[in-house]
Design a protein around this ligand. Sequence first.
Ligand SMILES: [Zn+2]
Length: 63
Amino acid sequence: MTSPAEQPMVAAAAAAAAAVVAAAGEQAYRAWLAHTATCATCRVSAACPTSVRLGRAWRKARR
Ligand SMILES: [Zn+2]
């Protein structure tokens, strides 16, 4: 049986877990952004395998 006093802790734990996921997503996003800013292929075309890979990693991390 869960006491009412434990509910805020459960909510805080869920928020912390969500923050970890968000941080991972942001890290992946920054990696993708840094790549597109420096990659010659990305500057001239959207068909860059590395960009696709980083984009997939970003979406996966956001889940
Ligand atoms: Zn690229």
